[in-house]
Design a protein. Structure first.
Length: 620
């Protein structure tokens, strides 16, 4: 028996090593030539946050074939993606699409960078890791807008629980009173409170406990109530970033029924329904039920002038290219506002005017305070020796400053009653448990704008953001060339509400840092431009000159009820007027949540996977 087995095993070994260099067993395909089939059950466009979830969940059924196509590179082997603290260094590098906004009227006509992940895991591979599922109001509003109770807080709870789990902070300290394990599940994305507490953390948290009211302490934001001040929860496990790629995609990329193709752009979707072509010809105008276009062939290219290859989905194409990529691909495929498409020479297949509209994002501003201590991380950034020691601590033990994203504590606040921001409008937030503004407390000079870190001194940065903005912008094609960046106009700070709310957030930062606990300890003093912004009018000017974005764009292919004329997808995320095409990513958010967005993307993607599995009778 043993004798007989030997040659077989040897043959296996030999064939394994012989074939491996040819890419037969390669987990991830890097070239169009490596595609062995031109038809899959599902083709997922975009290997980002949502795409990674779908690739994992749909390929759980071994009878189903799945292709996921990502424009960027693999995340594996890139240390800067793994070290939480180094997330801030990623914008403007090879893992960023390097988009820029159009000149922003609300920002004194500045154009600002618009960072989006260009790598497996998408923006979850490069974001600043904060993990928020939103208040119960956020989800109940989605259910109300879409007429689908499947989006309510109670209904999506199971998807939240299956997407993430709470793990111990890296330093292993007791977390009692600083998080509530009951609010967490058992999914693959790892979430933890900071693993390297900083000197200002307790001052922030104890100030909240002392002041109460609008500034009350919140033990766990993921409980359903998203107001108050508490510890940041972040997608970090064992000191490393947990992303769509590390949690969902990398662990399954060797499944035989899943192909992961990287370094490849989807340039457009192609209609495979001949009847729908006919309709636009001789049938058009007659009273015949409209056959829907079926956009189930995707066109792929690795460079702008390179060869095009077509791959077809026998069941569905799923667009998970994110809030910029998804409306761009829809418009390149003839799905969008007819007049806009005509302007760039694209023939309209489905006139869906809301594609690329409704872009909403959170504007963010860095407020600097100088403090009386030497114990901040400012010197880590100034001194290569200290930086190297800190990185070494992460590499060898997964401990120290670099196990965390730069902000350890955070607050979400309702505007005070009578706020001038609310003149003439009712509170735009989802409800009583959602804030209007946010403050993130950073123990050093965090550069988010033009002002460079001073050569000396020690600082606190309080990042202020408007989380229930009323400004809405657009993503439109600049060209019919898929390799040309679209025009991105988030319309930051273009409403009275948004600018007044930002001014209130600045005032809240100043108020909090004037509280007794601060004045007894670090004595923060407003620094640079903030020091001179002594009136609300000057603060508004300061905000317009310095605001950037916190990178939470949503809503460029919003969901609405099936019967609604507006919106782009129905509540099951099918594109209206098209068959065989769904959108699953942050584009479908019907309204911007009053929190960071990634956890909501995981939840949307988990529900989408469930809807698809049910529709096609897949094994769970
Ligand atoms: C710098 C930054 C910081 C952030 N900080 C936080 C935070 O702290 N907390 C939080 O909750 N959220 C944060 N976010 C937001 C959060 O990461 C996103 O909301 C979320 O990851 C979006 O998921 P998505 O699936 O919609 O898109 P993405 O994850 O961006 O995925 C889209 C994918 O599609 C690919 N793609 C696009 N076009 C094409 C094409 N034509 N062909 C092939 N592939 C294509 C992209 O390369 C990308 O991989 C941040 C985002 C950024 C950029
Ligand atoms: C973004 O810009 C940087 C700096 O110019 C460049 O190195 C990087 O390759 C760019 N990213 C992409 C995806 O092209
Ligand atoms: C911004 O540009 C518009 C249009 O060109 C112009 O009218 C306006 O004065 C500019 N605003 C500032 C602050 O430069
Ligand atoms: C900070 O360091 C400087 C230079 O070493 C020293 O003079 C100063 O006393 C220190 N300040 C505090 C508050 O420890
Ligand atoms: C950098 O830090 C090291 C270690 O603390 C110290 O010895 C050195 O003097 C610092 N260098 C500068 C330029 O401050
Ligand atoms: C603040 O105002 C003072 C006095 O007008 C001026 O000297 C200083 O340059 C201003 N600082 C900044 C950062 O604008």
């Amino acid at each position: 028996m043993a004798q007989a087995l030997k040659p077989t095993f040897l043959t296996f070994l030999l064939s394994f090593f012989a074939l491996y260099p040819l890419g037969i067993y390669a987990a991830v395909l890097t070239s169009l030539n490596q595609l062995k089939q031109k038809q899959y059950d599902f083709v997922i466009v975009g290997g980002g946050t949502a795409g990674s979830v779908l690739a994992n969940r749909l390929s759980e059924d071994s009878k189903v074939s799945v292709l996921i196509v990502e424009a960027g590179d693999t995340n594996v082997g890139n240390q800067n993606l793994e070290v939480p603290f180094l997330g801030v260094t990623l914008p403007g590098t090879s893992v960023d699409w390097n988009f820029t906004t159009t000149p922003q009227a609300g920002l004194q006509n500045r154009s600002i960078p618009y960072t989006r992940g260009f790598v497996l895991g998408g923006s979850s591979s490069i974001n600043l890791l904060t993990y928020n599922r939103g208040s119960d109001d956020v989800w109940n509003r989605w259910a109300q807008i879409t007429g689908d109770s499947g989006w309510s807080w109670n209904s999506v709870e199971k998807y939240y629980l299956r997407s993430s789990q709470l793990v111990a902070p890296t330093d292993g300290r007791s977390t009692v009173g600083f998080e509530d394990p009951q609010d967490h599940g058992n999914g693959p994305v790892q979430v933890s409170i900071p693993g390297f507490p900083l000197p200002i953390d307790n001052i922030v948290l104890n100030t909240a406990k002392q002041l109460g009211g609008r500034f009350h302490f919140n033990e766990d934001f993921n409980s359903g109530d998203f107001t108050g001040i508490g510890y940041m929860q972040s997608t970090i496990g064992g000191g490393s970033r947990s992303s769509g790629a590390t949690a969902y995609l990398n662990p399954v990329d060797t499944r035989p029924n899943l192909d992961v193709l990287i370094n490849t752009h989807v340039t457009k979707l192609i209609d495979v329904n001949p009847a729908s072509h006919a309709r636009r010809g001789w049938l058009s105008g007659r009273n015949i039920p409209a056959p829907q276009p079926q956009l189930t062939t995707v066109e792929l290219a690795q460079t702008s002038s390179g060869p095009r290859v077509e791959v077809t989905a026998s069941k569905e194409v799923i667009l998970s290219a994110g809030v910029i990529g998804t409306p761009q691909i829809l418009q390149l495929s003839g799905v969008g506002n007819q007049a806009d498409l005509k302007a760039v020479g694209i023939k309209t297949i489905v006139n869906l005017p809301d594609v690329g509209t409704n872009l909403a994002d959170h504007p963010m501003l860095a407020n600097y305070f100088q403090i009386q201590t030497n114990d901040t991380w400012d010197d880590v950034l100034r001194n290569n020796t200290i930086f190297g020691q800190t990185l070494g601590e992460w590499q060898q033990e997964k401990q120290g400053l670099f196990v965390d994203s730069p902000g350890n504590t955070v607050g979400f606040f309702k505007l005070p009653t009578g706020s001038s921001a609310l003149q003439g409008i009712s509170d735009p937030s989802a409800g009583p448990k959602s804030g209007n503004t946010e403050l993130i407390f950073v123990d050093g000079f965090a550069r988010f704008g033009d002002l460079a870190q001073p050569a000396t001194g020690h600082f606190i940065t309080v990042l202020s953001a408007v989380v229930s903005p009323t400004s809405r912008g657009t993503v439109k094609l600049a060209s019919s060339d898929p390799f040309v960046h679209p025009l991105i106009d988030p319309a930051f700070l273009t409403t009275n509400f948004d600018i007044k709310a930002m001014v209130q957030a600045i005032n809240d930062a100043v108020t909090l840092l004037s509280a007794p606990l601060w004045q007894q300890t670090l004595k923060p003093v407003p620094f640079a431009d903030l020091a001179n912004a002594t009136t609300d009018a000057l603060k508004a000017d300061f905000a317009r000159r310095n605001s950037v974005n916190v990178n939470h764009p949503v809503g460029t292919a919003p969901m609405s009820s099936s019967s609604s004329e507006s919106g782009v997808v129905d509540s099951h995320l099918n594109v209206k007027g098209v068959s065989g095409l769904r959108v699953v990513d942050a584009s479908v958010f019907p309204v911007i949540p009053e929190c960071h967005t990634q956890a909501l993307v995981y939840i949307v993607a988990e529900r989408a996977a469930d809807l698809i599995k049910t529709q096609y009778n897949l094994d769970c």
